[in-house]
Write a protein that binds this ligand. Structure first.
Ligand code: GLN
Length: 544
């Protein structure tokens, strides 16, 4: 039986160096050479999953088909590889401890003292090997969150040190990502922080096999030689990762540097088949040579932090390339919009996306933005909370149901057009209890969505507690807000549209989680195309 090879990616010197992108790029290259690859993220924080984290903390919470609420790096993995991830691809310290403590309570440790070594480390090693043991992958890349030297990542580092010996020679590989800072006063790139970081890793018993060096300037041959000498790695295993204009350039940059080749050689895997990046490069070509432009307003309340809407922003890049258009996304804070300034805030946009979110803050601005899009025939896409806002706006302004709201925002509203499902009403735990993961949705024939998807039934990912209230469906539909997507088992409304509007779609699910480079999401592709039609019309109008 072929053994799975494990590549561990650690980070040093600084956080936010882009370990996820490096891991995804290496995986892409290995996949393009014919290997079956997946990526896993180990997160050292104590939350059981990032579902309970405010987006300001770690950015968006990414949701997989199996309903796992995960780190946003899993989004990069899926977007790069076009391979589904699952709960097994994201492990946190909280989950590790939860599982060890549950085992202890069941008496599984037979009276032993439960300790970090071996109990926590065993649990971590097991979790790392779950994906490899499925037999579905030749290579598993495991990204260890945080920075080496952090107290909380120590058990992970210790676990992979043990695994190296247990799995035997050529079955594991350590890639260490560091920063080579440029000191402008000295006019020099500095290697010392990297030397220290490699040393810190060695104190835990791990010798980096490959160094990936983030840098703003080219690394000279001398500097590479110096890094190799001081850090105990081969010179061709010193890989430069220079700032790129788009993350989608990184696989090609890593290919030029030979990252995949060095990795394969060190794992004693065949490197004769050159990577096939034809489709990837076609995407890049279209992305970099747009034939036109659209401007989309992203109405949200976490707009200060780009990572909060990561998957949405990436979906626009895929959809832009697919349409050969550049998509400029303008983040607009929903708390700063009101009826008085809306015209000023939103004028000149070719489309409006109202973003997902939780809680009351900023919702009146979102409702105003929906109204503007509806009244100005501006292409509109409402995602999750954005769809709920579209229903509320329609109920208030067309049906004249004063005070219509979601019971999430106003528990006593006289018109709960968005409400909790019965089976959600008794849930008190916040973590992992929403309607999560992949659900079926049947599309109404002739609707925008049925044309856009080109299918009668779809599967999309959800993450929400509140739902369209079917008690208002008849009234809403009679007045022109049509339910064009429903869940066949529960009858829940998943999509609303206004057929008299050029392109007005609200979806209760999150299409952004399923958009990849290889498969741009049809809804985003359709929305961008509609925005372009709108832009062209506007230009003709101005010209005439
Ligand atoms: N807060 C809303 C709900 O729980 C919407 C969630 C979201 O936008 N992801 O239903």
């Amino acid at each position: 039986m072929a053994t799975t090879k494990y590549i561990f990616v650690t980070g040093g010197v600084s956080s936010s160096l882009g370990k996820g992108i490096i891991a995804a790029s290496l995986a892409k290259l290995l996949q393009a050479r014919g290997y079956r690859v997946t990526i896993q993220k180990l997160d050292p924080y104590i939350n059981v999953d990032p579902g309970t984290l405010n987006p300001y903390e770690h950015g968006e919470c990414y949701v997989t088909d199996d309903g796992a609420e995960t780190d946003l790096d899993l989004g990069h993995y899926e977007r790069f590889l076009n391979v589904k991830t699952s709960q097994a691809n994201n492990v946190t310290t909280g989950r590790i401890y939860q599982s060890v403590i549950e085992k202890e309570r069941r008496g599984e440790f037979l009276g032993k003292t439960v300790q970090v070594i071996p109990h926590i480390t065993n649990e971590i090693k097991e979790r790392i090997q779950i994906l490899g043991n499925t037999g579905d992958y030749d290579i598993v890349i495991t990204e260890i969150g945080g920075t080496v030297g952090d107290i909380e990542s120590l058990p992970y580092i210790e676990s992979v040190r043990q695994l190296k010996w247990e799995l035997g020679p050529y079955n594991t590989l350590f890639v260490h990502l560091t920063l080579i800072p440029y000191l402008s006063a000295a006019g020099e790139l500095k290697t010392k922080p990297t030397q220290h970081s490699v040393k810190t890793l060695m104190e835990s018993g791990i010798q980096a096999d490959i160094l990936v060096c983030r840098t703003e300037h080219e690394l000279s041959e001398d500097l590479r030689a110096k890094l190799a000498l001081f850090c105990n790695v081969e010179k061709n295993a010193v890989i430069q990762s220079i700032d790129a204009s788009t993350i989608y350039d990184v696989p090609n940059l890593m290919l030029e540097e030979g990252l995949d080749r060095v990795a394969l050689r060190k794992l004693q895997l065949d490197d004769t088949q050159e990577p096939n990046l034809v489709q990837w490069n076609q995407f890049l070509l279209r992305h970099k040579n747009p034939k036109g432009k659209v401007t989309i307003g992203l109405i949200g309340k976490y707009v200060e932090l780009q990572d909060s809407y990561k998957s949405i922003l990436e979906s626009f890049i895929h959809a832009g390339a697919s349409n050969e258009l550049s998509v400029e996304v303008i983040p607009i804070h929903s708390e700063h919009i009101d009826a008085a300034n809306i015209e000023n805030e939103l004028k000149g946009l070719d489309g409006i996306l109202v973003a997902p979110g939780f809680g009351e803050r900023g919702i009146e601005g979102k409702i105003e933005a929906v109204r503007y899009a509806r009244e100005h025939n501006l292409p509109f896409l409402g995602v999750c909370l954005g769809m709920q806002m579209a229903v509320i706006e329609f109920a208030r302004n067309i049906l004249k149901l004063d005070g219509a709201n979601s019971t999430e925002m106003d528990i006593h509203t006289t018109h709960p057009v968005i409400d909790l499902m019965e089976d959600q009403k008794h849930i008190t735990n916040k973590g992992g209890t929403m309607r999560l993961g992949s659900w079926r949705c049947d599309l109404k024939q002739g609707s925008i969505v049925s044309k856009t998807y080109g299918e009668a039934s779809i599967m999309e990912r959800h993450r929400h507690r509140y739902e369209y209230n079917n008690a208002y469906r008849q009234q809403l539909e009679a007045a022109g807000l049509i339910a064009t997507g429903t869940n066949p088992e529960t009858g829940l409304v998943e999509i609303v549209e206004i057929p008299s509007h050029p392109w007005f779609v609200g979806v209760q699910y999150h299409p952004e989680y399923k958009s990849t480079v290889a498969n741009p999401h049809p809804l985003f592709v359709g929305f961008v195309a509609a925005a372009y039609q709108h832009a062209k019309k506007q230009r003709q109008f101005v010209a005439s």
